[in-house]
Design a protein. Sequence first.
Length: 481
Amino acid sequence: MDKIKNYIDGILTTPYSNNYFNNFDPSTGGVFTMIPDSGAEDVELAVSAAERAFPAWSATSVEERYDLLMSIARLLKERLEKFALAESMDNGKPLKLARTVDIPRAIKNFEFFSNAITQFSSEAHSTDNVAINYTLRQPLGIVGAISPWNLPLYLFTWKVAPALAAGNCVIAKPSEVTPLTAYLLSELFIEAGFPQGVFNVIHGYGHTAGKAIVSHPQIKAVTFTGGTRTGKDIAAIAAPMFKKLSLELGGKNPTVIFADCNYEQMLETTVRSSFTNQGEICLCGSRILVERSIYEKFRKDFTEKVKALRVGDPLLEETDTGAIVSKQHFDKIMYHISLAVNEGGRVLCGGKAARLPGRCSGGWFIEPTVIENLPYNCRTNLEEIFGPVVTLMPFDTEEQAIGISNSTEYGLASILWTENLTRAHRIAAELKSGIVWINCWMLRDLRTPFGGVKNSGVGREGGLEALRFFTEPKNVCIKLN
Ligand code: NAD
């Protein structure tokens, strides 16, 4: 059985405890690799390595960092197929999705931030004729990066690339549910000739390895993507230590559909925004609000299309939705489906586990599920399920649609379908979320601020926001006379 290794001080290494735990392939239910059970000792070693590396790394020129990060992008491009297969086996997502979305986006993250740092500049403020102020933006030192399992390499590199580009050393922990591509990435850092100790990867559980990163006094900032409850635990440790924090948390995103939308485009995109990656994307729309005049038509057309989605072996080209990432998450989603039924929900399609023959007979699959007849304020419509489950709700007025959209504790993304331009702008301003997509979904420009409001997070990632997060501004004031 292959053992995944930590990457500390430029070397692939075993965990201090010498203990490992199982890594499952969700499409078969079988164990296919072993994960280091790391803890505070491993984090300590990584921090020491990063402390040694930081003076030289933070003094490298922008061109040197650009070259090194671009060589990671190039190596990833060469190994795209290997990484896509690893991601699909680890997460259960369709291989074709990993090949066309996850790994290409990880490549883009390195390309984007190696370019972005060459364009990064700081401000100057002239104070009448008395003084001139300029802002130095210096790297923070050692930063911690903790990422989730749903878009493993995509989100891992979304943090690592800007942190390194800005001149920091990084201690990163991928999700213990999907650690494989982060491990393979550390091999590329060796191949690219990255200086030792600049980038370190610690594998293991959140409550041990993750917590050791968050609570280490030499780690000056923590960038985290994951669940809201975990974000709260992290903030409780990091905030009193006055660490810089970026928290990208859960969501319960509304898709709001008006009768005047481009119906065909809306229908096709809403199937995607509901069920891509088994609905395990923080940006998926899980509450679908439909203007009453087209509710019956939409329900019929949508359900028909969802029934046609092929749940199957992630390795097959024809598969639309793959396996649920873990048995634990599978059980959580099934619980939520039964809760929805107990709350009075009517299941229009799906609602049960999908049984696959052959290779995948032991895997964790759930049929794409559409539920209606639930009040907007029941648990099903308030709590994040993070799986292939959506609810349908009719609405009568714009005010009602906005009210329902804003009625959860979350505020990550909203999706709006209307051809009425003034209404689109009006509602976009009213929706309490960090991102609003109008007549589209997952159209991403990496320069834009990315993040949520309310319990969906604190801070923004992307473009200059990320480079600002990973640098400390220092004002220098020079008196002119
Ligand atoms: P999770 O919070 O369980 O785990 C995320 C990471 O945090 C993992 O690496 C885990 O090991 C680590 N962790 C857990 N407990 C920790 C602790 N006490 N201290 C430090 N680290 C700890 O989340 P998950 O189940 O992996 O991911 C799903 C969640 O992520 C969903 O809620 C989803 O909405 C959210 N998510 C948000 C975004 C976003 O951009 N806002 C993107 C993707 C996923």
